[in-house]
Design a protein around this ligand. Structure first.
Ligand code: E4P
Length: 217
């Protein structure tokens, strides 16, 4: 399973990209607003750093508007993926953009039926929102598993992005459930790398090394 960062903050992207683990980035209008950046400017900057897929979401809700915005965003960089919401208008826009060779990430997916529709409309990616499903008493990881099963049985090559990830366990469970990618917030990425026993282990190794070198003197 690949790891994307779910953010529009350049400093977060630079920090995690330096770990060598980042395959892409997803943004959404809320994240771009939080970063206080212009969408187009920030997308170009992210693409230069990551050199992998960068999802940029359309604001229009009608098919023509989504297609026009999608074409416009796709011209910014060869790495741009157009994020389209899961609606009838969004499906029509997905089909149009996909037929033009523009990759689409269908977002706000909350059921396996929606994921199947997105795949049939030509989406390169679908984004089931794990955390938001769990928030309303559903089973986000279970949904990823169901979508993965359907895509496998029917040989659909649309990639599953586990989105709305809230904690490290979501990442592990999404990987086991068959997600191709998890898009992870900065805070959760930092939690993933941490383990208290790693810190204790390093401290102990350093103490032992120091003691041994002092004894030799
Ligand atoms: C997905 O691509 C979205 O940007 C994101 O994962 C939404 O997560 P949230 O539910 O934490 O807003």
């Amino acid at each position: 399973m690949e790891l994307y960062l779910d953010t529009a903050k350049i400093e977060e992207i630079r920090e995690i990209a330096a770990w060598g683990v980042l395959s892409g980035v997803t943004t959404n209008p809320s994240l771009v607003a939080q970063a206080g950046r212009d969408l187009k400017e920030v997308v170009v900057e992210i693409a230069e750093i990551v050199r992998g897929p960068v999802s940029a979401e359309v604001i229009a809700t009608d098919t023509e508007g989504m297609v026009a915005e999608g074409r416009d965003l796709a011209r910014l960089s060869g790495y741009v993926v157009i994020k389209i919401p899961m609606t009838p208008e969004g499906l029509a826009a997905t089909r149009r953009l996909a037929d033009e060779g523009i990759p689409v990430n269908v977002t706000l997916v909350f059921s396996a039926a929606q994921a199947l529709l997105a795949a049939r409309a030509g989406a390169r990616y679908v984004s089931p929102f794990l955390g938001r499903i769990d928030d309303v008493g559903g089973d986000g990881v279970g949904l990823v598993r169901e979508i993965a099963e359907i895509f496998e049985i029917h040989d659909l090559d649309t990639r599953i992005i586990a989105a709305s990830v809230r904690h490290p366990r979501h990442v592990v469970e999404a990987a086991k459930a068959g997600a191709d990618i998890a898009t992870v917030p900065y805070k959760v990425m930092k939690q993933l790398v941490k383990h208290p026993l790693t810190d204790i282990g390093i401290a102990r190794f350093l103490e032992d090394w120091k003691r041994a070198t002092e004894l030799k003197r």
